[in-house]
Design a protein around this ligand. Structure first.
Ligand code: FAD
Ligand code: DHB
Length: 388
């Protein structure tokens, strides 16, 4: 079998790229390790930048997001028992959209199915071959081996995927920071504590009030890195969350049974370059950010934008200029989001080794942030997404 672009992974980046390519007549096949139900049951990110909203529209997958997503003009930073609003729209002219990654993935999967495009779910032992020459990919499905030849491979298979590992040893340089804590997250069918997100710095640790709709809330609390989700009953979670919020916000939390509870570790990771031969690495396959600031999914969509433009140029006029520029263009934006996520994480969490000096610096940073229009604007323009 042959295709023009072979996409490994049907997370948001692989699906979005596939849809954009199909829209301009470029043939593509997606190979995905897990089954369709598993793919659509993952709970992950929840806030889309305006640029991500626009590219979903360009892919023709934005209708339900506009109908059901919640546009947000601002959010609150909480400390000292008070909320301080960051007015994103007044400071930048832009807003963000609360819409779950799970829903966005479903919209893209359905769009792909309606268009009759090929996705091979439960593709086992995916292997990339001759990535600097005439690339092809092999995999197994139902005990049979298969081979697909292609012009280009897009490695959209996340941090644990096979694509990054297929680049020869020594050709990639990695940069990493692991944070000494995780996030314990719950999803519950209850109205959110506030119509906007609340990022709370508290002596007991960070807390975040987010949402998926006006009847479904997503909450996170900072927890020790070795914590186990099963040690947290719903009651224990709600009590801890409320202790970390200003009193008025705590009183507004509606509790109820959670239907998802999990712990995510926090790390920053970048591998450079994002391209090797005919293989382009996209999204979590090549960079990870801590979730503070909701950049992971949006960065993946940004990479797709750059790669799509390179592929479109190649198939329109045979020029490799856009493809050759992919890694440099994407990395320039990636590193700014890596910096921003690291900074927000540093400002809002309790660091075990921070000490009294670190504590005072954090308090000064928060006070400066909410009282300086320049500092609030710097936060806001990163939060809504930097230009492409
Ligand atoms: P992924 O979504 O990881 O998709 C990769 C796909 O490739 C998967 O479907 C996987 O099954 C498939 N795959 C993997 N290996 C192979 C293989 N060998 N062969 C074939 N297919 C393969 N971001 C935020 O902004 N806010 C959050 O709250 C947030 N929470 C998160 C919680 C968790 C537990 C994780 C893991 C991530 C979270 N993120 C969050 C980050 C965000 O979800 C990611 O940045 C986003 O999913 C990146 O999309 P992607 O398509 O690049 O990768
Ligand atoms: C969500 C996650 C984030 O990391 C964030 O900064 C905002 C919202 C969420 O899952 O809703």
């Amino acid at each position: 079998m042959r295709t023009q672009v072979l996409i490994v992974g049907s997370g948001p980046s692989g699906l979005l790229l596939g849809q954009l390519l199909a829209g301009i007549g470029i043939d593509n096949v997606i190979l995905e390790r897990v089954d369709r139900d598993h793919l659509l049951s993952r709970v992950r990110a929840g806030v889309l930048e305006q640029g991500t909203v626009e590219i979903l529209d360009e892919a023709g997958a934005g209708a339900r997001m506009h109908a059901e997503g919640l546009p947000h003009d601002g959010f609150a930073v909480a400390f000292d028992n008070r909320l301080h609003r960051i007015d994103l729209h007044a400071l930048t002219g832009k807003r963000v959209m609360a819409y779950g990654q799970t829903e966005m993935t479903l919209d893209l999967v359905e769009k792909r199915e309606q268009a009759g495009l090929t996705t091979v779910f439960e593709a086992a032992n995916v292997a990339l071959h001759d990535i600097s020459g005439k690339p092809f990919v092999t995999y197994e499905k139902d005990g049979q081996s298969h081979r697909i030849d292609c012009d280009f491979i897009a490695g959209c298979d996340g941090y644990h995927g096979v694509s990054r590992k297929s680049v020869p040893e020594g050709a990639l340089q990695s940069f990493e920071r692991v944070y000494p804590f995780g996030w314990l997250g719950v999803l519950a069918e209850v109205p959110p504590a506030s119509h906007e997100l609340i990022y709370a710095n508290h002596e007991r640790g960070f807390a975040l009030c987010s949402m998926r709709s006006m009847t479904r809330s997503r909450y996170y609390i900072q927890c020790p890195i070795d914590e186990k989700a099963e040690n947290w009953s719903d009651d224990r979670f709600w009590d801890e969350l409320r202790r970390r919020l200003p009193e008025a916000s705590a009183a507004a939390v509606t509790t109820g049974p959670s239907f998802e509870k999990s712990i995510a570790p926090l790390r920053s990771f970048v591998a450079e370059p994002m391209q090797f031969g005919k293989l382009s690495l996209v999204g979590d396959a090549v960079h990870i950010v801590p979730p503070t600031g909701a950049k992971g999914l949006n960065l993946a969509a940004g990479d797709v934008r750059y790669l799509f433009s390179g592929l479109r140029e190649f198939y329109a006029d045979g020029s490799m200029a856009g493809m050759d520029a992919y890694s440099g263009r994407a990395l320039a934006r990636v590193w700014k989001a890596v910096r921003f996520s690291w900074w927000m994480t540093t400002m809002l969490h309790r660091f075990p080794e921070g000490g009294a000096f670190g504590q005072r610096i954090q308090e000064a940073e928060l006070d400066y942030l909410v009282h300086s229009r320049a500092a609030s604007t710097a936060l806001a323009e990163n939060y809504v997404g930097l230009p492409y």
